[in-house]
Design a protein around this ligand. Structure first.
Ligand SMILES: C[S@@+](CC[C@H](N)C(=O)[O-])C[C@H]1O[C@@H](n2cnc3c(N)ncnc32)[C@H](O)[C@@H]1O
Length: 183
């Protein structure tokens, strides 16, 4: 009992899991500050131990399945259906851990963003924007063209006003700005 309590008293204000749990999930602590801890490890192992509705923002920049070398134990070339099954696992875990009104940002090729968007829409997430990040070196590649932009999907978890909406509504006197569609 006492040990349990002690574990929590040494946690930082923004830390959601204890050192023991991190070790069990093979998460390597690589940076620590007054704001929390940065872990290196498998995203599904980390997400699985986070409580429901405990985080404000999820930002994901996953491998694009282009066959890049990311080191031992990471394959960046798997069948498209397997890639999507894996992606749906971390997307649904991200939805679970997000607080109501929390934001989900996902960066990927348009080819995968379109699949992610369809899945997130089905899960009832609120589509906010498809932010286009320009790729200045787009060029024809074999019989294809490399994309002139990568997508940064921005979704929010429905429930009540997002932080942006709250502050936008409070700070703006203009009637148009107070409508949800304007913020
Ligand atoms: C497109 S890169 C993103 C790079 C990162 N944004 C950066 O600036 O370093 C994809 C990253 O996802 C990591 N990765 C691959 N599989 C992972 C997994 N299951 N859990 C967590 N990270 C993973 C890779 O090691 C790689 O660093």
């Amino acid at each position: 009992m006492y040990t349990e309590k002690l574990k929590y008293t040494v946690m930082l204000p923004f830390q959601l899991i204890t050192t023991d749990v991190a070790q069990q999930q093979e998460l390597q602590e690589i940076y620590k500050s007054e704001y929390g801890v940065l872990y290196r490890g498998d995203c599904l192992r980390l997400l699985s131990v986070l409580p429901d509705e405990s985080v404000d923002i999820v930002f994901a920049d996953p491998p694009f399945n282009l066959g890049k070398e990311y080191g031992e134990g990471v394959s960046d070339q798997i069948a498209a259906d397997q890639y999507l099954i894996w992606s749906q696992k971390w997307l649904s875990e991200s939805i679970r851990v997000l607080k109501i009104g929390g934001s989900l940002f996902v960066f990927n090729l348009p080819k995968w963003c379109i699949e992610y968007g369809a899945y997130l829409n089905k899960q009832g997430m609120n589509f906010r924007h498809w932010i286009a990040c320009r790729m200045p070196k787009a060029f024809p590649r074999g019989k294809k063209m490399s994309p002139a932009h990568y997508g940064l999907l921005y979704y929010t978890k429905p429930g009540f006003l997002t932080k942006l909406e709250e502050t936008g509504v409070k700070n703006c006197q203009n009637a148009y700005c107070t409508t949800i569609s304007a913020v």
